[in-house]
Design a protein around this ligand. Structure first.
Ligand code: ZN
Length: 213
């Protein structure tokens, strides 16, 4: 959503859904956790009636424990909070999960994989940030982040877990191969889809990558 034309939000969502998008990824930034501000729960609630796509809300905010419920009320299907944020991760994840929606945990590029280890049995999704959180349109940081995707896949297999592995940041027609090859099964793409000459084509080719691997 970050890369879409916000002045025409409903039309942009309809375009993404018609092009074959499964999930709509919504980046919430509070000006504290990251040096940028986007939107809050009212915007998510405004979008909800315009699509049947899964609303995948990524909270890049300092106190997700205080605000996640408002996004749940707004109609989010999944809520992802950062391991680096100022909250009790066990408690926040358990509370999100108790609503029956998807509970996600995100890790920034500079944070070691070990930081998320205590929570992996309690989540439905691990979001490995492939750029530093805060702005769209950045270059993919493969060297720093792909070992984490591979470690997450290994850990999931070793422990019989079932969480999704999502990558977010700099995902395009080339980097999606790299991420899927290391084990990512949810690919968040902004600029590469909303600015593509043909969004349906771009989504189709990204989907094929996952089917091949
Ligand atoms: Zn995101």
């Amino acid at each position: 959503m970050l890369a879409s034309d916000w002045s025409r939000a409903a039309a942009e969502i309809a375009r993404a859904e018609a092009a074959g998008g499964d999930w709509l990824h919504l980046d919430v930034m509070d000006g504290h956790f990251v040096d940028n501000i986007t939107f809050g729960p009212q915007f998510v609630a405004a979008l909800r009636p315009h699509t049947r796509m899964d609303l995948d809300v990524h909270l890049m905010i300092e106190r997700p424990d205080r605000y996640w419920r408002r996004f749940w009320e707004a109609g989010a299907d999944g809520i992802t909070v950062h391991v680096e944020a100022d909250h009790d991760c066990h408690e926040t994840l358990a509370a999100i999960r108790s609503t029956g929606r998807r509970a996600g945990l995100a890790i920034s590029p500079d944070t070691p994989f070990e930081a998320v280890l205590p929570y992996l049995a309690e989540i439905d999704l691990l979001l490995v940030m492939t750029v530093r959180p805060g702005f769209g349109g950045q270059a993919f940081m493969g060297a720093e982040t792909m070992p984490k995707v591979a470690a997450a896949r290994r850990h999931r297999e070793d422990h019989g877990l079932a969480y999704h592995i999502e990558v977010d940041g700099g995902i395009d027609a080339e980097t999606c191969h790299v991420a899927a090859g290391h084990g990512a099964n949810v690919l968040v793409a902004g600029t590469a889809l909303f600015r593509a000459p043909d969004m349906a084509d771009a989504i189709r080719s990204m989907r094929q990558v996952q089917e091949i691997l």
